[in-house]
Ligand binder design. Structure first.
Ligand code: FAD
Ligand code: NAG
Ligand code: NAG
Ligand code: NAG
Ligand code: NAG
Length: 437
């Protein structure tokens, strides 16, 4: 099916992938674009990108994503995105106590950075604690056994502000936004055709039907609810996030620090000068919320259910601070939450038509927790797909993944090369409910 420039296009989800798609479609001249977002605000509280910052690092174990990120970093330097990109560098290390898997992963990342002639000039190997300290004098903890490298090609993006900027830009370009009650999509509506079915539009929770020629499901961790056909190929998973509140002086003293990442402990960012918040994230195998009936994990409906920090993560983040910035090690954590993303078993994105729908509906999902760095270019994958002569995704690894009928419980938590630890069930880490008495 060919979508004409004036055809109605509906994007479900006003997070990173949805907003970028709206931007690229409107830049290509599509004039009837509507974004449906269940939160009443953009950046949406339920978006994985509604956050102070996300790492933008170019070196991947896989050259394909390295090339893409280099393209994305070029785009981060253009006027719309540049205010939100901070090329502070990426201090990528392990502590002396890191398991072998973490050390091996670090070494693969470093090899990838040093192999690429565009990145290599920015890479500084850090063989021991003294060299780490020289690369970032503000880290005044003991840094026991720390080693790794600093990559000045990398940095971070202020993700919530970048989303807000693209929201304003697309609104000004005529993209319509349906938020909250109006924007919560309850189902995709199909009609049957001779050779299967075709998407006719969407229905929102308030019962309204909105017709469209093309629907793009960019619902992040919510994709599985709208596209159940994807089965266990996309799993809602979460990592936790926490912050410490600094004084003005502390924020100033840490200005310009690189993203500091110990693969075995987690990472933190340069503090945000507006809020004086320093954000930390422990990473790891993540948390899933598996529906026992289907074996598929979905994000909890209400973001307030995820507003806590699991005990094990708290312990790990305190250790990270003790080793790096010990004066903050006992400071209370604030704005704690689990942040839900859409995980695939190979960390590849999915950007493709749903099969046998006459190219009337696209799913873009499977960000696997590494998609934000691509924010400036994500939407171009949609315009590329729309202009593919045979309606076929030319990037094989992003094609639709048909779930096997006999797929076992989706659990690849411990097998992902760049993560440590197994996935844990959300229900097993829920904090005890406050007594109602
Ligand atoms: C803790 C954490 C750390 C991360 N760190 C990094 C990092 O350092 N670097 C990096 O590159 N990436 C990182 N990521 C990943 C990045 O945040 C995601 O790749 C990115 O946000 C994915 O964009 P998305 O649009 O697919 O999903 P989201 O940004 O989550 O947006 C999905 C949107 O869809 C909406 N929605 C869902 N269902 C419906 C419905 N039925 N109706 C209407 N709207 C709906 C949601 O409300 C949400 O706003 C991290 C993720 C997490 C969780
Ligand atoms: C956009 O498409 C919708 C649904 O087909 C239609 O009702 C509306 O009039 C269109 N708007 C414009 C500006 O073309
Ligand atoms: C989410 O949970 C909070 C706290 O329990 C509650 O106040 C709020 O009304 C809930 N929101 C929705 C949409 O159910
Ligand atoms: C991911 O799942 C697909 C299909 O279910 C399977 O063929 C593939 O081997 C899996 N890959 C990994 C890395 O587990
Ligand atoms: C799509 O239709 C073809 C032809 O009828 C069929 O072979 C195939 O299994 C279908 N694919 C899916 C995912 O339903």
């Amino acid at each position: 099916m060919v979508v004409s420039k004036s055809d109605a296009i509906i994007i479900v989800g006003g997070g990173a992938f949805g907003l970028s798609s709206a931007l690229h479609l409107s830049r290509k001249g599509y004039t009837n674009i509507s974004v449906f977002e269940k939160d009443d605000n953009v950046p949406p509280r339920s978006s994985a990108a509604n956050d102070l910052n996300k790492i933008v690092r170019a070196e991947y174990e896989d050259q394909f994503y390295t090339d893409l990120t280099i393209k994305a970093i070029d785009a981060w330097k253009t006027p719309l995105f540049a205010p939100h990109f901070h090329q502070t560098g990426f201090l990528h290390c392990v502590s002396g106590a890191a398991p072998e898997k973490a050390v091996d992963t670090l070494n693969r990342f470093r090899a990838s950075a040093e192999k690429d002639s565009r990145i290599k000039p920015h890479v500084l190997p850090l063989k021991n604690v003294n060299e780490v300290r020289q690369a970032c004098w503000q880290l005044d903890g003991e840094l026991p056994g720390w080693h790794g490298y600093l990559n000045r090609f990398d940095g971070y993006a202020h993700s919530a502000n970048a989303l807000a900027a693209v929201y304003r830009e697309t609104q000004a370009a005529g993209v319509r936004f349906f938020l909250g009650e109006q924007g919560a999509v309850s189902e995709i509506v199909y009609v049957s055709t001779l050779d299967g079915r075709k998407c006719a539009g969407i229905r929102t929770k308030n019962g309204r039907f909105h017709p469209s020629s093309l629907v793009i499901v960019a619902a992040g961790a919510g994709a599985g609810r709208l596209v159940p056909e994807i089965g266990k190929e996309v799993v809602a998973k979460s990592w936790s996030v926490a912050h410490v509140h600094l004084t003005d002086e502390e924020t100033s003293a840490l200005r310009g620090i690189p993203v500091t990442y110990a693969r075995d402990l987690g990472f933190f960012f340069e503090p945000d000068p507006k809020t004086n918040l320093l954000k930390l994230c422990p990473m790891g195998g993540g948390y899933v919320n598996t529906d026992p009936k289907t074996g598929v994990s979905h994000a909890p409906d209400n973001v307030s259910d995820s507003a806590f920090l699991p005990e094990a993560d708290e312990k790990q983040l305190r250790e990270l601070l003790r080793q790096t910035l010990p004066s903050l090690a006992d400071r209370p954590f604030v704005r704690k939450s689990l942040c839900w993303f859409a995980d695939t078993n190979d960390s590849d994105f999915i950007v493709d038509y749903i099969p046998n729908t006459s190219s009337s509906i696209i799913i873009m999902s499977g960000d696997s927790g590494h998609g934000f760095k691509m924010f400036p270019i994500v939407g171009s994958w949609i315009t590329d797909l729309l202009s593919a002569p045979d309606s076929k995704q030319s990037v094989k690894r992003w094609r639709w993944k048909q779930p096997a009928a006999d797929a076992e419980k989706a659990d690849w938590g411990g097998d992902v090369s760049w993560r440590l630890g197994q996935s844990t069930e959300f229900t097993s880490i829920l904090p005890p409910k406050a007594s109602k008495l």
